[in-house]
Design a protein around this ligand. Structure first.
Ligand code: AMP
Ligand code: ZN
Length: 495
């Protein structure tokens, strides 16, 4: 398979041509949510980024196995190796079984992913469903001398690993920094070295999530699940690993060390990291208390929002910023996205109802060249490290042309069959299949067509009062009636 897709690899810190190991097969692993609370808009941005990555790879013809895990054990509060498990803590607070918490937030997560039109992964493995694989991997690391057992826990031995491999390559941290920045909460743990990290932790008597292991009853460290599950389903070396930038360290750095510690090979060919969604310049995060939930946005119930914004408006807003740039969320940005989304959908409606001319005139080469160049810009944007912002800008140029064709300012008969087909399929397929932006309002179609015929009748009777009243009703529904040469139609109101 030949494609000109370039991906920015966080590990090599440059854009490189994407050459999968076993084309046309592509394996991608994305770190999923820890299901102890609702996902917030920041999490949604990262998951939407990788949804488009998967969609575009499939559009290019790759057969993608897409894994996105569910972390349902082992992620301790404060992301360190001591303290309570996030899920167990929540379960205790609510007097529920940990798996009730997991079930509730997994269901909620799936609902939000569906609202945002994010495709389900091919496999969605859970940490608790892969305890034995994690134990096996830890045994391999122990056997190769890169881990040690201490009082029923197992730690990765960073100094031993450093003798043979670099540590800190991905995040750019050097071990000396790690020593000073690694938090040792109570100074009482069993680590030989502060940079070591837990692979398996002995469960104390209060710890409710626990499994038997060769080292006693305990639970896995946070990082080992992703190594175990990616190896199981994608192999020791696979193509793409994604997540938010905040996972580069320690999570992904530890994954690299675990994989090399277990089997020598660097596990991932292309590391991709999505930048953060911020609010007033600060990372959106539950612990910072500045997170907005999707449902608060969709209902307009958050104090910072004076109106609701739909899931597709949010998706559009995400895609208007390249994934490696930070995106600051504001009501103004969302309002602009709402208008942009409607423009794109107006183009989509036109593209879908275009019919091929019965016959073509002599081709207008200039027009055809311009259209084809714009179609190429759409794909060139996506090929350039999934630059959805560039792709959207080119789609807007195509939307302008589409409305000129519909208004009769340009004629489809000046094209040829190939360029007509290219225009139509590029617009529709990239918008819907790759960017995942679809129409949100078809349920009102029936009602709108009644209003529209009423409007046409009022116009021909010159009943302007009724015409105005019907226009106002359309506006209140977020629509506009348009008088075209070909008749009367409705569009999304872009005002
Ligand atoms: P968590 O459940 O906190 O592990 O997060 C799930 C995913 O969301 C991870 O890939 C995080 O890197 C990502 N994430 C967390 N906060 C943000 C944010 N403010 N903006 C973008 N992605 C985020
Ligand atoms: Zn992970």
């Amino acid at each position: 398979m030949n494609s000109s897709l370039k991906i920015y690899n966080t590990l090599s810190r440059k854009k490189v041509l994407f050459e999968p190991l076993h084309a046309p097969h592509v394996g991608i692993y994305v770190c999923g949510p820890t299901v102890y609370s609702d996902v917030h808009l920041g999490n949604c941005r990262t998951f939407t980024t990788f949804d488009v990555v998967v969609r575009y790879l499939r559009y290019l013809g790759y057969q993608v196995r897409y894994l996105r895990n569910i972390t349902d054990v082992g992620h301790l509060v404060d992301d360190v190796d001591e303290g309570e498990d996030k899920i167990a803590k929540r379960a205790k607070l609510e007097n529920l079984e940990p798996m009730e918490i997991v079930q509730r937030y997994t269901v909620g997560f799936h609902k939000v992913m569906q609202q945002l039109n994010n495709l389900p992964p091919s496999i969605e493995p859970t940490a608790t469903g892969h305890i034995s694989e994690q134990i096996t991997l830890i045994e391999q690391i122990l056997a190769r001398g890169y881990a040690y057992v201490a009082n029923g826990s197992v730690y990765f031995d960073v100094p031993a690993y450093l003798k043979n491999y670099p540590y800190g390559e991905l995040s750019g941290r050097v071990v000396e920094d790690l020593l000073s920045s690694t938090r040792d909460l109570d100074g009482q743990n069993d680590k030989k070295h502060p940079a070591d990290f837990a692979l398996w932790k002995l469960a104390n008597s209060a710890h409710i999530m626990r499994w038997p292991s060769p080292w006693g009853e305990g639970f896995p460290g946070w990082h080992i699940e992703c190594s175990a599950m990616s190896t199981k389903y994608l192999g020791q070396v696979f193509d793409i690993h994604g997540g938010g930038m905040d996972l580069q360290f320690p999570h992904h750095e530890c994954e690299i060390a675990q994989a090399r510690g277990a089997h020598e090979h660097a596990p991932v060919r292309y590391w991709m990291h999505a930048n953060m969604l911020t609010m007033n310049g600060q990372k959106m995060s539950k612990s910072l208390g500045n997170s907005i939930l999707p449902k608060e946005l969709f209902l307009g119930s958050h104090p910072l929002l004076s109106q609701p914004f739909s899931p597709m408006t949010l998706r559009f807003a995400f895609l208007q910023t390249h994934y490696r740039s930070t995106m600051d969320l504001s009501a103004d940005a969302l309002k602009a996205a709402q208008i942009g989304y409607k423009k794109l959908m107006n183009g989509l409606r036109i593209a879908k109802r275009l019919t091929e001319p019965q016959s073509y005139h002599a081709p207008n080469d200039k027009l055809i060249a311009e259209l084809l160049k714009t179609c190429e810009r759409v794909l060139a944007g996506l090929d350039d490290d999934f630059n959805t912002a560039v792709a959207l800008a080119a789609l807007f140029d195509l939307a302008k042309k589409l409305s000129q064709f519909e208004a009769g300012q340009l004629s489809l008969a000046d094209l040829d069959a190939a360029s007509y087909a290219r225009l139509k399929t590029t617009y529709i397929d990239i918008t819907e299949k790759v960017l995942g932006l679809v129409e949100e309002q078809p349920k009102t179609e029936g009602l709108v067509s009644v209003l529209l015929s009423d409007y046409a009748a009022a116009k021909s009777e010159k009943n302007f009062e009724r015409v105005d009243a019907l226009r106002a009703i359309a506006k209140s529904m977020g629509l506009a009636f348009k008088d075209m040469k070909t008749g009367i139609t409705w569009t999304y109101d872009e005002a």
